[in-house]
Design a protein around this ligand. Structure first.
Ligand SMILES: [Cu+2]
Length: 201
């Protein structure tokens, strides 16, 4: 009687072990979730009022990020970014040229180390102590000094890994019908026509 040993017991034990493991993972999940990367602070801070005109908007996360995008807009919606986003570890920084007082909006995305995409938006109030000079030569759109002074690879560490959020803009342009549709339709029409003609005879 080689097969007299009851089989269900090891199977049940394995099943129980798997269920216990699954339960353990479920219990561990909240702790993992709370450890996700998030925005820790910013400069200017969210909902703050700054009287000195910032030269950059800097986001600091609670863990290093793979990369990200930051955009800042003036009260009238005009983007005020003045160069590429600099990325160094847990910090993303966008140089800005503020030419207006009032509420500025910061919109950002970042890719955490675990691949999750984070995003957020906040505002800060720009209230310069001294009136801002009128924007010089707005029509020509000449690059500001910070454009030349802030190349993309300015920060030495990990400059090559800044392309974490390259947007895959591969738009599949499939406007027309597939090539086989017209011949098949023509054959079908001929067949229907032939059958109709045969029936009328
Ligand atoms: Cu995550």
């Amino acid at each position: 009687m080689p097969s007299a040993v009851p089989r269900p017991t090891p199977v049940l034990m394995r099943l129980t072990a798997v269920l216990l493991l699954a339960a353990g993972l479920l219990l561990a999940a909240p702790a993992t979730a709370s450890a996700h990367t998030g925005l820790r602070s910013s400069e200017p801070a969210a909902d703050s009022t700054v009287t000195t005109t910032p030269q950059a908007v800097t986001l600091t996360f609670n863990a290093s990020v793979l990369g990200g995008e930051v955009s800042v807009t003036a009260p009238d919606g005009t983007p005020v970014g003045a160069g590429p986003v600099a990325h160094d570890g847990a910090v993303l920084s966008l140089p800005v040229t503020l030419t207006a007082a009032g509420r500025h909006t910061v919109t950002w995305t970042a890719v955490a180390d675990d691949g999750h995409t984070l995003d957020g938006t906040f505002v800060f109030e720009h209230a310069p102590a001294t009136p801002l000079p009128p924007p010089a030569a707005p029509a020509t759109g000449t690059p500001t000094p910070s454009d030349a002074a802030a190349p993309a690879t300015g920060n030495g560490s990990g400059a090559g890994s800044d392309t974490g959020t390259e947007t895959a803009s591969a738009s599949s342009d499939s406007g027309g019908l597939p090539g086989w549709v017209l011949p098949v339709a023509a054959v079908a029409l001929l067949a229907v026509g032939g059958l109709t003609a045969l029936r009328r005879r």
